[in-house]
Ligand binder design. Structure first.
Ligand SMILES: Nc1ncnc2c1ncn2[C@@H]1O[C@H](COP(=O)(O)OP(=O)(O)OP(=O)(O)O)[C@@H](O)[C@H]1O
Ligand SMILES: [Mg+2]
Length: 272
């Protein structure tokens, strides 16, 4: 099967996840082109994290198909999908408190390596280079020896992103990367993600912080009860009556409209 330029990097086709009688994600289909930043929003329990679980292979689909680069990965293990180019940052902080910042990223880089033929032989130069690159991309250079247990909330989030980057993914899945951060910290993470996207990594991010979602996304998808409530531009989002009613509310809808307009003028970072 030849790869064409129109072939999506990721395709979800009629993906469904049921937990007993609860349909967490229902018959959801969308394509993602290489280079896009897809922002996913929606109320608590909408099925956003469950969608990531299915894409990254942490859980099975009840039905439907997931394709990466045109290849059906629906039945592949999480590690296989990782080696095929997917990396995921979890909603809750993961990471090893007993390890240094550098060792945390090393573990991720090692896990993400395609050819782990002889484990136990120590870390290769390739891993060390990937770790250095990841530390630099998130702005944690010089912090490698620090214990992960002593990191602040923002630095932990950056560490998690660094671990994913050290896997050198083509598709990066970020689940609420700025939850609980201050405005200034949100801007810091936004800058990191924008630079990652600019370097050619395709990004899917889940986020409730609309400023972050609008600022970074080339396309937005809003889920509600496991189904697509909206898919399109950030500008259209603010004017969609369903989204305003179910998710944003009138006041936040006006804010999002202003943000989207500001983004079009390249003003978001200064205006909010
Ligand atoms: N392992 C599970 N077993 C049973 N139900 C689950 C499981 N995981 C998720 N659910 C349910 O599926 C629905 C979707 O949950 P999910 O975590 O995907 O939502 P979310 O959109 O990520 O929400 P939030 O914004 O709060 O993170 C919820 O009703 C949740 O309770
Ligand atoms: Mg979630």
């Amino acid at each position: 099967m030849g790869k064409t330029s129109e072939q999506p990097l990721l395709s979800c086709r009629n993906v469904t996840k049921k937990f007993g009688s609860l349909v967490a994600v229902g018959d959801l289909s969308f394509d993602l082109a290489a280079g896009e930043v897809l922002g996913i929003g929606g109320p608590n329990g909408a099925g956003k994290t469950t969608l990531f679980e299915m894409i990254s292979g942490q859980t099975t689909v009840t039905s439907g198909q997931i394709l990466l680069d045109g290849r059906d990965v629906t039945r592949d293990s999480a590690v296989r999908r990782c080696h095929a180019g997917m990396a995921r940052v979890f909603q809750l902080n993961t990471g090893f408190d007993s390890l240094s910042v550098r060792d945390n990223i090393r573990v991720a880089a090692y896990y993400g390596r395609r050819n782990r033929i002889m484990p136990g032989l120590g870390f290769s130069a390739e891993v060390e280079t990937a770790v250095d690159d990841a530390l630099e991309r998130v702005g944690l250079v010089g912090r490698g020896r620090q214990s992960a247990a002593t990191l602040t909330v923002i630095d932990r989030k950056l560490l998690m992103i660094a671990g994913a980057l050290a896997m050198q993914p083509k598709l990066l899945l970020l689940d609420e990367p700025v939850g609980g951060l201050t405005h200034r910290e949100i801007d810091q993470v936004a800058k990191v993600v924008a630079e990652v996207a600019a370097s050619g990594v395709t990004v899917v991010l889940i986020e409730h912080v609309m400023r972050f979602l609008v600022q970074l996304s080339t396309r937005v998808m809003i889920l509600h009860h496991g189904r697509k409530l909206y898919e399109g531009s950030a500008t259209g989002l603010a004017h969609d009556p369903g989204v305003v009613e179910v998710y944003l509310g009138k006041e936040a809808g006006r804010d999002v409209a202003a943000m989207a307009a500001g983004k079009a003028e390249g003003m978001v970072r200064h205006a909010f």
